[in-house]
Design a binder for this molecule. Structure first.
Ligand code: GA4
Length: 334
């Protein structure tokens, strides 16, 4: 990764300094399969984040979903509120905060189950079947991409069953979510604020894309924020907490946040691939060795999700699932 500049965490509003972005590892999925697997593994161990090109998600599928999202956020507030409040699904507009991070974002949070999409589309769009089909097509394509990446990870890690990770999000009962965030532009005072406060994603894998407005920052080290350059031609992929647990801590679920710039509006779409609620999360045998004993106790996604959702943004949730039998294990995480 080429480091150009870093910013240190600061309270909202964030100082309007000149922020130069970094180049996350960019992985071409059409390259030689075993090379791609190795590059992905290295990126997940070092940064927990990488970008992919030649990803196979058709341009038309992306464009339709983006257009439906723009149409929704352009509606008057009263109309958008018909799709809310988000508890947890629907339209939300909330300030999320940790350490002084006050969020400024409006969003749609949806379950990816086709029945749920059909139901929700009615309050989101005047043409529910158009919204529903745009979303179903998008979800189908990004889920395929997520599964392909998870298979490449398993191969790169020499896990005997290459579908060990991907079968969890292929499960018909998977609990994957889709979130569209809109950080509106406002006023003319050129301020930068935290739009979505510091957190890690609880799920397995996140597949994110945004328009050409920057805002995503990652924090591989406590207190240091590194901006990620926007790139509408690529998908940004990040490791979630469950994948950190399933790789026995080899992959890192890195904290991130999104800034919003008052002068430009940012829109991002994130697919969060998650297991079924009752699925048991545990590392495959190849990830556990005498040198690297089991770091986390087995848990179900329902159990982990409940813990994650009960804590504040910014809390380190995976720490609560560390195997406490041997304190030496914890050192592996440092
Ligand atoms: C982060 C990833 C997804 O956006 C999300 C978020 C969820 C929410 O906004 O309601 C959480 C957050 C996310 C992490 C910890 C918990 C849950 C807010 C929060 C305090 C929808 C998710 O699944 O986890």
């Amino acid at each position: 990764m080429q480091l150009i500049a870093m910013v240190v965490a600061s309270p909202n509003p964030v100082r309007n300094e000149k922020i130069l972005a970094i180049d996350l590892p960019m992985i071409d999925l059409s390259a030689d399969r075993s090379e791609v697997g190795k590059l992905i593994v290295r990126a997940c161990e070092e940064y927990g984040f990488f970008k992919v090109i030649n990803h196979g998600v058709p341009e038309g599928v992306i464009a339709e979903m983006e257009q439906e999202s723009v149409n929704f956020f352009e509606k008057p507030l009263a109309e958008k509120q018909r799709a809310g409040p988000a508890n947890p699904f629907g339209y939300g507009c909330k300030n999320i905060g940790f350490n002084g991070d006050m969020g400024e974002v409006e969003f749609l949070l949806l379950h990816t189950n086709p029945l749920s999409i059909a139901q929700r589309s009615k309050s989101i769009s005047n043409d529910p079947s158009k919204f529903g089909s745009a979303m179903n097509n998008y979800i189908r394509a990004v889920r395929e991409l997520a599964c392909e990446i998870l298979d490449l990870m398993a191969e790169g890690l020499w896990v005997r069953d290459p579908s060990y990770f991907s079968k969890m999000i292929r499960d018909v009962e998977n609990d994957s979510f889709f979130r569209i965030n809109h950080y509106p532009s406002c006023c003319n005072n050129n301020t930068t604020r935290v739009g979505f406060g510091e957190h890690s994603d609880p799920q397995i894998l996140t597949i994110l894309r945004s328009n050409d407005v920057g805002g995503l920052q990652i924090s591989p080290d406590h207190g240091v924020w590194i901006p990620v350059a926007p790139d509408s031609a690529a998908f940004c992929v990040n490791v979630g907490d469950v994948l950190q647990a399933m790789t026995n801590g080899r992959f890192v679920s890195v904290r991130h946040r999104a800034l919003s710039y008052s002068s430009q509006s940012r829109m991002s779409m994130a697919y969060f691939g998650a297991p079924a609620l009752q699925a048991r999360v545990s590392a495959p045998p190849e990830m556990v060795t005498t040198n690297r004993p089991s770091l986390y106790r087995p848990f179900t996604w329902a159990e982990y999700k409940a813990t994650a959702y009960s804590l504040s943004l910014g809390d380190n949730r995976l720490d609560l699932f560390i195997n406490c039998k041997d304190d030496d294990h914890k050192k592996l995480l440092d």
